[in-house]
Write a protein of this length. Structure first.
Lengths: 312, 251
């Protein structure tokens, strides 16, 4: 049993995600207090792994790991964790972390906390629960824990460095996997790139139906903006995924982010909280977006939009 | 093909959540179907319609009110409904995943669907944990599933429209983020008809497990800022917003 903090980093197309650096930075702080090491774990090739400010970096390379494969990556991480017995295993609460953290928890019988925003020196984890409506502090029993952390929780710079990685072969046999990577899926081309837009009119569930998207498009047209949206609008088939802002969509930083009927769930905020001017219209005065927006109104979005059209 | 959908009845976040001690007061909240489970149920029915088989929807009955959700799933095309009589509003993901896995084992599933996440997944999601218990591969964040014979082609979403296609030897567990098509609508009349005729199988919970998490505090987050609220009628609000935009050269 060590006092080391493991960070399971993630990379795509030769680049590490920001959350990987955030976690390594935090791991350094925690490890130092525990008298252990912050260990960056890199799984898969095609990336320069001497990128972290970790105390050490383990790079597991194997042909079967060249693309993210939850089965292969899970087996490798499980074997490493069993061998090294770190005090804490940190994942990003991301598309990859969400495939691995809870799985590892059930496999090892080790507690796992998700939606983690902060970790105290005593390893108490502060989590954003219930769609951001509650903040929970939890402690893990036992001598190992797993923390799946929200991107954007810690500073990126603290994790950036040049620690030389030790490259090792896979600690487990990866010759008979049930999951096989077939091909990458690129974003659908031909639609506007919302990340390059200066002004966005963003619609949420509150827009009610596909037939009402036109109203937002008209308003956007009047002010030289483009229409974007939250995830439920895409899932309902009202707009293509290329317009989606948020954790599983795109990150935008426009001069204007005008929101109609979006509640401001954490997953959406992750994609737009750095916008310069955020104006939110939502009938729910307790909508979390009002804690983040610069200006807000609890008004009927249709009435406001129609009235704005008459004035513009 | 035996298709299983594991659903989660979760505390509604529509209103403020009541707190008792260091956790949510689970005895005082409404429970609703996890929003991602709507996608999950739809994806399962689409697979059945494509390749045949039966869809069994199974969930832990947290507060004795799961029947309505199960009837809705049946009205949308599921064939069987099973409720695990957990009767424990505080049962966490670890506990539910264990009970669900024990129940699902006997169903000899070829594919198990679960919503990719739920807002009360403080200790992780049930999908990956069910996969661990059943020793099946798991892929989450899935937006497309096609089954052919004993393998499935899965589209996993990363961020911003980037994704990856995988081929998986069944059985497997899928964490559904979005179904290939938006969830279908089941008319109230159909749901009512199902409620009158359907039998819901009851299964006793089996396998106690703890998440190993101790709750030290649960409270609404400390909010450091708030929007400047624009008051007035919709017309007045619109006027002020247009003025604001114009003053900043944004309109």
């Amino acid at each position: 049993m060590s006092n080391d903090i493991f960070v399971i980093t993630e990379h795509m197309d030769g680049k590490f995600s920001d959350v990987s650096f955030e976690l390594v930075g935090k791991a350094k702080e925690l490890a130092s207090a525990l008298g252990g090491q912050a260990v960056a774990v890199v799984v898969g090739g095609g990336v320069s792994s001497n990128a972290f400010a970790s105390d050490s970096t383990i790079h597991v390379d194997d042909a079967a790991l060249s693309q993210f494969n939850p089965e292969a990556y899970g087996k490798v991480i499980e074997a490493l964790v069993k061998e090294k017995s770190p005090r804490l295993v940190m994942f990003g609460w991301t598309a990859t972390g969400m495939d691995l953290a809870a799985w590892l928890s059930a496999r090892l019988g080790v507690p796992c906390a998700a939606y983690v925003k902060n970790i105290g020196a005593d390893l108490t984890m502060s989590c954003q629960a219930y769609g951001g409506k509650m903040a929970a502090d939890v402690a893990a029993e036992g001598d190992m824990a797993i923390a799946a952390c929200l991107a954007g929780s810690f500073p990126v710079e603290a994790g950036q460095g040049s620690t030389a990685a030790t490259t090792i072969a896979s600690p487990v046999d990866l010759s008979s996997l049930k999951v096989k990577f077939v091909e990458a899926i690129k974003p659908a081309g031909g639609d506007v790139d919302i990340t390059s837009q200066v002004k966005l009119v963003s619609i949420g569930r509150g827009i009610g139906g596909k037939e009402n998207v036109e109203l937002a498009e008209e308003l956007a047209g009047k002010i030289g903006a483009t229409v974007s949206c939250s995830r439920p609008v895409v899932d309902a088939g009202w707009l293509p995924r290329t317009r989606q802002v948020g954790k599983s969509g795109l990150k935008v930083k426009p001069k204007l982010y005008f929101m109609l009927g979006i509640s401001g769930a954490p997953e959406h905020l992750e994609g737009m909280k750095s916008a310069e001017l955020i104006i939110a219209i939502n009938t729910d005065k307790k909508a979390p977006i009002f804690n983040v927006a610069h200006y807000g109104a609890t008004a009927d979005l249709f009435e406001v939009a129609e009235a704005m059209l008459e004035l513009l | 093909m035996n298709i299983v959908v594991a659903i989660k009845h979760i505390p509604s976040t529509a209103d403020d959540l009541p707190v008792k001690g260091n956790n949510v007061d689970f005895d005082s909240v409404d429970f609703v179907l996890n929003e991602f489970d709507e996608q999950s149920i739809e994806q399962a029915v689409l697979v059945k319609e494509a390749v045949g088989g039966t869809v069994t929807v199974v969930g832990v009955d947290m507060i004795g009110e799961l029947d309505g959700v199960l009837h809705l799933a049946l009205a949308k095309g599921a064939d069987k409904a099973v409720k695990i009589t957990g009767d424990d509003p505080a049962a966490d993901s670890h506990q539910q995943a264990k009970w669900l896995s024990e129940a699902i084992k006997g169903m000899s599933p070829n594919i198990v669907f679960a919503g990719v996440q739920a807002s009360n997944d403080l200790d992780g999601q049930i999908g990956p944990m069910i996969a661990a218990h059943l020793d099946m591969p798991y892929i989450g964040g899935v937006s497309s599933v096609e089954v052919a014979g004993d393998s499935a082609t899965i589209n996993k979403e990363f961020a911003g429209g980037v994704g990856a296609k995988y081929s998986v030897s069944l059985p497997m567990v899928v964490g559904v983020q979005a179904s290939t098509k938006p969830p279908r609508y089941a008319p109230v009349s159909k749901v009512r008809q199902v409620a009158q005729t359907a039998t819901i199988e009851k299964v006793a919970p089996s396998g106690d497990i703890s998440s190993g998490l101790t709750f030290k505090k649960m409270a609404p987050p400390v909010v450091t800022g708030h929007a400047e609220m624009i008051e007035g009628s919709s017309k007045e609000v619109a006027k002020k917003i247009v003025e604001l935009l114009k003053s900043k050269g944004l309109a």
